[in-house]
Ligand binder design. Sequence first.
Ligand SMILES: [Ca+2]
Ligand SMILES: [Ca+2]
Length: 428
Amino acid sequence: MASGSWRWKVAGSALLLACAEASPEGLTPGQGVDAGGQSCQDLPLGAAGDRPVKAGWPQVLGTVHCLDYDGVVPDTTDDPYVVTIETYRRHLQAAKARGFAALTMEKALEIADGKAPWALMPERPLLLFSDVTAQVFADHAAPVLRELGYRATIGLETAILPQPWAMSIQTLKGLEAEGFEIASHSHSHVDLTALSPAQLEVEVDGARAILQGHGFEAKHYIYPLGAWNAAVVARVEAAGHLAARATGSPDIRGGGFASFDPARRFKLGCALPVATSTDAEVLAYLDDRRIQVEDAFVTQADGGANGTIEPANFGADTFRSLPLHDAGDSIRVRFLVRRGGTYHLRLRVKRGTSAAPSGADAGYRYHLDGAAMAHRPRCATVPEPSLDTVVWGEHDLDATDLDPGWHELVVTALTDWSVVIDWLDVSP
Ligand SMILES: [Ca+2]
Ligand SMILES: [Ca+2]
């Protein structure tokens, strides 16, 4: 996984809210009033659903929800990455109740790339994965998916295939015929970023050749441990894969979303529910309609000596964001508007430090589809206690009419060490 070079850390989860603009008297921590006079609640780090979900939110498709399960078993085990059937069913029933339609990576990308009609893209697409080669998938996970009318992409480790406890080729062919996708999950599930070029070829090209020898196309790759770097991506692409998937963090609290931006095809994110994940965390993830910029960005310009643009983690993976360290650093985020109309764009950003709570506001420049957009700040939240007190808040862009189709927001840093973006919200 690309490791952050960011030096700021959030030491605690308690928050103190400070409204720098239009701030009335008598505010207590956790409450405020934003510039529009609306109640401005504290934004919990990493948690979703800070505002009620508007009925119209599926009108915009930004980052795509994705759930990956490492294992589903009948009873509890000591494996922290395995969940029980009951948990699995409960999570996916919650997704179904929210209107999510699950589809494989293959189907989703076919639609995203115009090889299948957009009308086939669900209002709320959910990419589902299982990184399990063992028969336990066919015995326990697949029946739950059939109950719900869901299909998943199965990541296979080819070194396991000869084992008596692995799914047989016949079983896998049957799943494929049902609409499950067979993808490569390496040969022996090692950290690809630690391998020599020759070893990497075994884990990438070699695994694909084995799957193809069994008659599977193996179009897509799933990084073991979610770990990748530039050399790994280059090898996975050179081996003929069309896309690859990572994870957001070691558990679902770190989020993890996929993106249909073609430039992110080998960096698809995904969330990972594990044994310790609570239902509340899974529901918060499912209800997060915002575009998590760290999972959607594409670098436009990255110069300077302060650091390269890559996601940063806060507080034990509960909260991920994207710092642009150098003046001139620039990223884009694409989103699809399905129905034309007037939309409001809002971003959660770093607004300054405790010493200068709105000092970073002037460091941001926004362009929407090439046109400069003014921004207005909203409430700020101050992580507290903290070694380096970053003040978070929001920027509202002017309401704008958007036609159906893809749109692109570009964020550029005008000053050093000022710009950090958490998420983008696009709402009617
Ligand atoms: Ca830079
Ligand atoms: Ca984020």
